[in-house]
Design a protein around this ligand. Structure first.
Ligand code: ADP
Ligand code: PHD
Length: 545
């Protein structure tokens, strides 16, 4: 067969083509697409997100990576000056017109960079949108007008447009759409997860339009993109969607293709995607713009991913718990992922995945203090002197103590326990086991995302199921203190930890080192947790020993 299919710039040999079906592929892996009509074959494949996702769901990853390489080369040779990096600016970095101007200056202060810009919603807009949605459910259609958060959002965005000197028309349609949506919510008297995602999408859609218009106004050619229109294809898990593989070639094709034609700085909405089945707007979980940035970095094979925040990089602990926290100069992807997963708000829990896959360094910088070196996150670093890197606190965690009712030596106990979790769809965070008992914590992000009533029912069901084989103790209001660092030095770390906890009169209720090479987790009571973190911070980071 000599014909080839160009799918998002990827060349795959066509194996068979009939009026109903197209088979293509290579190296023993074939894909089939059902066609609406044979004449529409290439357009159908290229334009329908369902077909692309279908391709991915039956795809051999090895082939996909091989194909994407060809694709990247194809575009990088087409443009003399390639895009170099991603610069992501969070809500705090673009909270006002003044901040947007500073961010524009910051971008222009790197004349050698040709960045893709990713923006979050302005300031606390996402929270305000959610609050407005909740109020709309109960306030009645005639009162939507006077929802305080709606007025705030309108006023903030219109004022920002005026102060930036750009036409308010760039956001007027969205402000009107938002108003109508809130009226719709109010009529329906319900706010589904799907509507919630559509509602919060207005934040990123407006911030990127304002910023892109401003860059154009000051003579720096820019082009705004809604992530859900350029191939950010996700699962349909509204409010917590996961990015699908098909995203990478699609996003690369649009951004690199357009850049090679007009050299306009791409300004992309963070946080948003499009569900592959529903084709509705999805979001990637709170803080998801970090993940948008690393996804673009990997898709385009860029040199560096920069995430600009309001702190001097990743810090030794949450500055809200301890203001004396210091910046950490280097981290590995594994350390950063663990830190984010265990609750450090500074990075989205899944954002390290694309960077690690693409082996692209991530630099965390402070847009309020650009000269501070920040944190560089890479595949590996010199660990010879590293002991503890950062302390992370995750509050309000539920812990379960499960002791087998059978005798020692009974096999299958662990399997039964974990099957129960699997059957009920509840994920587990930290685990410590002996032969006849298990202590574990439940992932609060997964559990607390559900409605209160559903949550209570689920815990009841879980305990009821487990009680068939074990004595179960449900312990609430616990905290996980995660010690991120060099677990090769665990004895040294633990010696110090227990000295500190003992002198503070704190009892550790569970400890887990697991297979992770970078994390030791301790479970303590919620009310003791902050004091523990502060004491541990001074012992590890503020003394010479
Ligand atoms: N270990 C940590 N290092 C740095 N910041 C942290 C850490 N833990 C919590 N934070 C909080 O994370 C905030 C930055 O994350 P986030 O608000 O998501 O930034 P942005 O909105 O700019 O992307 C900081 O202002 C800080 O309060
Ligand atoms: N605006 C979204 C997405 C995001 O990433 O925001 P930030 O970069 O400000 O954390 C949120 O508030 O969750």
């Amino acid at each position: 067969m000599t014909a080839s299919l160009h799918l998002y710039g990827v060349k795959a040999p066509v194996l068979a083509l009939s009026s109903k079906r197209l088979d293509f592929g290579s190296k023993g892996t074939t894909f089939s697409v059902t066609l609406p009509s044979s004449s529409a074959v290439f357009r159908a494949v290229e334009h329908s997100c369902r077909n692309i996702a279908l391709r991915v769901s039956c795809e051999d990853v090895r082939v996909d990576l091989l194909e994407r390489k060809e694709h990247e080369t194809c575009y990088s040779s087409a443009t003399g000056k390639e895009l170099t990096c991603v610069m992501k600016f969070g809500g705090s970095s673009v909270e006002s017109a003044e901040r947007m101007k500073e961010v524009a200056n910051l971008i222009l202060s790197f004349p050698d960079e040709r960045p893709v810009i990713v923006l979050s919603a302005m300031g606390k807009t996402t929270n305000k949108l959610l609050k407005a949605g909740e109020k709309a459910v109960t306030c009645g259609v005639t009162n939507v007008e006077s929802i305080e958060e709606l007025s705030f959002i309108k006023e903030l965005h219109l004022r920002t447009a005026l102060e930036l000197g750009v036409e308010t028309t760039v956001i007027e349609k969205h402000l009107e759409g938002l108003h109508q949506l809130l009226k719709g919510i109010s009529m329906m008297k319900e706010l589904t997860l799907r509507t919630r995602d559509y509602l919060v999408s207005f934040g990123e859609c407006m911030s990127t339009r304002l910023f892109s218009a401003y860059l154009n106004k000051i003579g720096h050619k820019a082009r705004q993109y809604d992530a859900f229109e350029i191939g950010f294809i996700t699962t349909d898990d509204f409010t917590n969607a996961d990015i699908l593989e098909a995203t990478y070639p699609a996003v690369s094709k649009t951004l690199v293709g357009d850049w090679s034609k007009e050299n306009a700085v791409p300004v992309v909405t963070g946080f948003l995607g499009k569900g592959w089945r529903s084709c509705a707007i999805t979001t990637l979980g709170r803080g998801g713009s970090d993940l948008t940035a690393t996804t673009i970095g990997k898709a385009l094979g860029l040199r560096e991913i920069q995430v600009w925040k309001d702190v001097d990089g990743v810090l030794t602990c949450d500055p809200n718990i301890y203001p004396g926290a210091q910046s950490v100069p280097y981290l590995t992807f594994d350390e950063a992922a663990e830190l984010a997963y265990f609750g450090a708000q500074v990075l989205h829990p899944l954002s390290m995945r694309p960077a690690r896959d693409g082996d692209i360094p991530v630099r965390v910088k402070n847009s309020y203090n650009p000269t501070a070196p920040g944190t560089v996150i890479t595949r590996s670093r010199d660990m010879s002197k590293a002991v503890l890197t950062s302390i992370v606190l995750k509050r309000n965690v539920t812990m379960l103590d499960i002791a087998s009712t059978r005798m020692l030596g009974q096999y299958g106990f662990l399997a039964k326990v974990f099957t129960t979790f699997e059957d009920l769809g509840i994920s587990v965070d930290v685990v410590a086991t002996s032969e006849v008992s298990i202590s574990l914590t439940l992932d609060p992000a997964k559990l607390w995302g559900r409605e209160l009533i559903q949550r209570v029912n689920e815990l009841d069901n879980l305990v009821e199921e487990l009680e068939k084989i074990a004595v179960v103790k449900l312990l609430q209001r616990r905290s996980i203190i995660s010690l991120i660092g060099n677990v090769q030095k665990s004895s040294l770390i633990l010696e110090k930890v227990f000295q500190v906890l003992r002198s503070n009169g704190v009892n550790v209720q569970m400890i887990s080192q697991g297979a992770s090479k970078v994390n030791i987790s301790l479970i303590v009571n919620d009310e003791e947790a902050e004091q523990c973190v502060r004491a541990l911070h001074s012992a590890f980071f503020e003394t010479d020993s």
